[in-house]
Ligand binder design. Structure first.
Ligand SMILES: Nc1nc2c(ncn2[C@@H]2O[C@H](COP(=O)(O)OP(=O)(O)OP(=O)(O)O)[C@@H](O)[C@H]2O)c(=O)[nH]1
Ligand SMILES: [Mg+2]
Length: 406
């Protein structure tokens, strides 16, 4: 199985298929592919092939790759959707089904890692390991990124090791890896968030590979600064994904199957909405006091006016931040209209609560930790939770309702 007949007629030749994910790597792909293929000279008994997996890069990497494919039967090309995880997982699945690999490997295609790491990855597999990881953090390994990026990789790797484990793996975020087809076939991809657009695939693949029984080892790797092109790392989204994923993974290893990762992605919108809510509440509160103190307007009427000021400022924050990615069928003015209608409900709920409390308890003040607090301020705070829930649900379901493209 997995043997390849060569020109010499020997069928003992083993095949290594190296997946190279590319997104806008037109300037790097030709040189790097050649570098990977040239490793074959130092790998007696092996045939090296490359599978370039491109996400329809706007710079035309795919066309360049197809040209290489035509010229060289060791080069294969696959086009997939966006995301590093999609490229790697679909690439390896394709390799397994069509290219008959004995060793499955992957490397960044931008040349940041010298292709000679392949020699050490293969050696690890020959020694009997089923997963070999290129690592900047073992003796002989180096991280030559600028200090801020070095700190980021150091911190994230440390964090992942402590919370998700295992602690004895030092490199959790680098792509340079090799594994056996037997291991790959055992990995459970259902729980793995490989369709995410960040680089979460790296720690996630590691986690599932270990659960699938991987026998692993790290080998040194030198990581240079990028020569050409630009970084596709999305620092904030990646950090959010790493934090939520590793806690999820830890619970999972303890046997607790709580979908924290998936849930936290849904909650992201709600969290942003909550932050806008806090800003809006501050605006509302400041104006509420302003109307009462300076214009001597009664609490219920002041609440109505201050809420309208907050509605307008919140609309813009939600439109351009919280729900920025939602595709709606309405234009901004229609959304502003809908938002006002939804908020009118919130305003009514707020006014009624203040009116009710004012009717029952009247005017006055209480001492809270030695500070006199007017009743009307307490009435104000009582309106926050019910109004927030109402507003989020209505805006999520109506104003910024996501319309799926046909
Ligand atoms: N097919 C595909 N490849 C991707 C995608 N995002 C990143 N890549 C590739 O994955 C590899 C790693 O991405 P990089 O942007 O180099 O990430 P990085 O090495 O952490 O960042 P730099 O140090 O700035 O290079 C590169 O070969 C990218 O071209 C994607 O959405 N689709
Ligand atoms: Mg890179």
């Amino acid at each position: 199985m997995g043997k390849d007949k060569t020109e010499t007629g020997r069928d003992s030749m083993k095949k290594i298929v190296v997946v190279l994910p590319t997104f806008n790597e037109k300037q790097n792909i030709v040189k790097f592919t050649a570098e990977v293929l040239s490793q074959e000279k130092q790998l007696p008994g092996y045939r090296v092939e490359v599978l370039i997996v491109d996400s329809h890069s706007p710079d035309g990497t795919l066309e360049v790759a197809r040209e290489l494919e035509k010229q060289n039967d060791r080069v294969h090309v696959l086009a997939v959707g966006l995301g590093l995880g999609t490229a790697l997982v679909e690439g390896h699945k394709y390799s397994l089904n069509n290219l008959n690999p004995d060793i499955m490997a992957q490397l960044d295609a931008d040349g940041q890692v010298g292709a000679d790491v392949l020699l050490r990855l293969v050696k690890g597999i020959e020694e009997g390991y089923s997963l070999v990881l290129g690592s900047r953090f073992v003796p002989g390994g180096k991280n030559l990124l600028p200090p801020s990026r070095r700190f980021y990789s150091f911190a994230s790797s440390w964090f992942v090791r402590v919370i998700m484990g295992p602690f004895n793996i030092k490199e959790v975020t680098n792509s340079a890896r090799a594994f056996t087809p037997e291991l790959f076939k055992k990995i459970n991809f259902d729980r793995m968030p490989w369709k995410e657009k960040t680089f979460i695939i790296q720690p996630a693949f590691l986690h599932e590979a270990i659960l699938a029984g991987a026998k692993y080892k790290e080998v040194p790797l030198v990581f240079k600064n990028r020569a050409e092109g630009y970084s596709k790392m999305k620092v904030f989204n990646y950090t959010y994904d790493v934090i939520t994923y590793i806690v999820d993974a830890r619970l999972h290893t303890w046997g607790i199957n709580f979908p924290l990762f998936t849930l936290s992605r849904r909650l992201k919108t709600f969290i942003k909405f909550g932050i806008v809510g806090v800003i809006g509440t501050t605006v509302d509160f400041v104006f509420y006091n302003f109307f009462i103190d300076y214009f001597l307007i009664r609490p219920a009427t002041s609440k109505g006016l201050s809420t309208e000021v907050a509605i307008i400022s919140n609309f813009f924050l939600n439109n351009f931040w919280t729900f920025r990615h939602r595709k709606t069928n309405t234009n901004i003015w229609q959304k502003l209209g809908l938002y006002n209608l939804v908020s009118l409900g919130g305003l009514l709920i707020g006014v009624l609560i203040v009116k009710l409390l004012h009717t029952i308890y009247g005017d006055g003040a209480v001492n809270i930790l030695g500070v006199p607090v007017a009743y009307y301020n307490l009435y104000f705070f009582a309106t926050i939770p019910p109004v927030m829930i109402w507003n989020f649900l209505m805006n999520h379901l109506i104003t910024w309702r996501h319309q799926k493209e046909e």
